[in-house]
Write a protein that binds this ligand. Structure first.
Ligand code: GLN
Length: 582
């Protein structure tokens, strides 16, 4: 919205009123419903998992849903955040680098999201300050309330309009009581008041402690957390209790008594084998029906859509629950101790496993100790190996040793981004005999920089939001493994996040020694997929196919790897759309 549009839509700006609530032109209250999800007691409870599961349930009733995550931090995006602290950086098709929860929404909803689905305090404050410089506050002193809160509401209403959603899911990062998130919660209180009854519903996620010394579940921390929300003027309608074991009837009762939430809406969200079991558990507890009732959505529900959607989902869940075989995939990784930094990768393996009826176990391999001498024992009990995305130098030589072992021993291999680059280095060194082949990211002075910085990256200064980012079309070479696993498509849409590439001067020598580049950028010599024809499954891609893998549409790259690890043909996946092939 430009400034004139904004001003014309301000119904009540003047210097003698405290109201400041810009409403986008064409917006009608009550048309869209909002579900606001907050967390208490501690962060990292899985708000995104709860919220996206509920969104999935609503979507499968034929309703249109749009999620938005509101982050408290001042960064403009997640691109500069350390995945070790904050979980993986998820990349959207439009190039936005965002929180990993956006990945959870994309997977649960099978829907591509955009930068409109992600806001940080950094973005909100920037908009407010830019508006102030343009003089659009008409002489007013600019305040957290009403101006900053108005910016938050404006974003939600704009998203509602643009997406034509029936329900907008608002997930507030962090925990109620965090200083930095306070204004978001206040904005939501205002939103509920302005939108009116039955239009905004609050969900509080909380945690039920079970100290080993007591051996029973305790609800006090949860009660206090929710009390804090009540103090901020927000009455939740649903409480989701995270816990290790199913939350007892007594504890749910206690929480109900202290929070004015009927026990039927105090939901036990205990640990489960897979996050994909949560929608079914919520449906069993009739949380979806309660929401339909509370938000007065009955007339919008389409039962025929629900029956069809639900049976497809259920068959996916059944395949997770009863695998017919097991495989182990070794994953080399710098952040070996934090699963969140590889969330999408683990999900992509789960999707591929469900597709093939196999349970996939991940084995983490710390490559800082791996060399050609001990690699065979490090990989002794894995059926296939992935070298995932990464930055910097740590463990690089160990990764190259793993790749060599996979190449020479017909072990299925999938290289993702950095893992693609490492495979090129390994091939250049050990097959092309280019001594000293390396990436300039690792050794800026190497004699054979087979991986070098992208020309467009050379001019860029600073680190924020400026890699080669987002969805791009990749031209697939016919009659290759890549073409077969992608169902014969001429192009595939994949997601990228990188600064380095195969130096075009080395393409010819690498290819004449037997490496096949089976995917490349349509109009530039940027290599995107590689493979080795004589190997059962040796594939690398400069892209991140893990980001576009979805439960019912697993990534063909991962299905290919898992199939090969199971000893099956990595082809014939035509029926699985996988990465958005065009
Ligand atoms: N560090 C490599 C690059 O910038 C790989 C990036 C990645 O794996 N995401 O190109």
């Amino acid at each position: 919205m430009d400034s004139t549009e904004l001003l014309s839509s301000l119904s009540n700006v003047s210097d003698d009123t405290e109201f400041y609530t810009p409403i986008p032109a064409g917006y009608t209250k009550g048309q869209v419903k909002y579900i606001v999800v907050t967390g208490t007691v501690m962060s990292g409870l899985g708000k995104g998992i709860f919220s996206s599961s509920l969104a999935r349930l609503m979507q499968s009733k034929g309703l249109r849903v749009a999620p938005i995550k509101l982050e408290g931090y001042l960064n403009i995006d997640s691109g500069t955040l350390n995945p070790f602290r904050h979980g993986e950086v998820f990349v959207l098709d439009d190039g936005m680098e965002c929180d990993m929860d956006l990945g959870t929404y994309e997977r649960m909803l099978n829907q591509d999201l955009t930068r409109d689905n992600f806001a940080t305090s950094g973005q909100i404050y920037t908009s407010v300050l830019e508006r102030e410089r343009r003089g659009e506050y008409l002489g007013r002193d600019v305040q957290m309330i009403p101006h900053v809160t108005a910016e938050v509401k404006l974003r939600l209403r704009r998203l509602a309009l643009q997406s034509k959603a029936d329900v907008v899911f608002v997930e507030i990062g962090g925990t109620v009581g965090d200083f930095e998130n306070g204004y978001y919660i206040e904005a939501m209180r205002q939103l509920a008041y302005e939108e009116g009854p039955a239009n905004v519903l609050f969900v509080a996620l909380t945690f039920i402690l079970e100290p080993p010394s007591l051996g029973e579940q305790k609800s006090k921390a949860a009660q206090l957390g929710i009390k804090q929300l009540l103090q901020m003027g927000i009455q939740p309608s649903i409480i989701a209790c995270r816990a290790q074991r199913e939350v007892s009837e007594k504890v749910r009762e206690k929480i109900s008594v202290y929070t004015n939430v009927p026990k039927a809406r105090v939901f036990s969200m205990h640990d489960s084998e897979s996050i994909y079991l949560i929608p079914s558990a919520m449906r069993e507890a009739q949380i979806d029906q309660q929401v339909v009732h509370l938000l007065d959505l009955t007339d919008r529900v389409r039962p025929s859509v629900e029956r069809r959607e639900w049976s497809r989902w259920q068959s996916f869940v059944d395949r997770i629950l009863s695998p017919r075989s097991e495989v182990t995939i070794g994953i080399t990784g710098k952040y070996v101790s934090v699963r969140d930094s590889y969330a999408s990768l683990l999900m992509a393996l789960e999707h591929a496993g469900a597709h093939l009826g196999a349970k996939v176990h991940a084995k983490w391999i710390d490559t800082s100790e791996v060399s050609d001498d001990n690699v065979a024992s490090a990989l002794a009990d894995v059926d296939g190996i992935i070298v995932p995305g990464g930055f910097g130098t740590r463990g690089a030589e160990g990764k190259i040793a793993c790749i060599r072992h996979a190449r020479e021993n017909a072990m299925p291999y999938l290289g993702l981004c950095y893992g693609f680059q490492m495979a090129v280095i390994e091939f250049a060194r050990n097959v092309c005999k280019l001594a000293d082949a390396n990436s300039t990211e690792i050794d800026p002075k190497c004699r054979n920089p087979v991986i070098d910085i992208l020309p467009e990256q050379k001019k860029i200064e600073g680190l924020g939001g400026n890699m080669r980012l987002g969805g791009r079309d990749v031209a697939i070479r016919p009659d290759t493994l890549a073409s077969r696993i992608l169902g014969g498509a001429a192009t595939a849409r994949l997601r990228f996040r990188h600064r380095y590439e195969v130096d075009p001067r080395y393409i010819e020598p690498l290819e004449s020694a037997g490496l096949v580049f089976s995917g490349k950028a349509p109009d530039q010599p940027i290599m995107q997929i590689l493979e080795l024809p004589q190997h059962p499954y040796f594939v690398g891609t400069q892209a991140h196919p893990e980001l576009t893998s979805r439960p019912l549409h697993p990534s063909p790259f991962f299905v290919g790897l898992v199939a090969a690890a199971m000893g099956r043909e990595a082809t014939g996946l035509k029926e699985s759309p996988g990465d958005a092939t065009r």
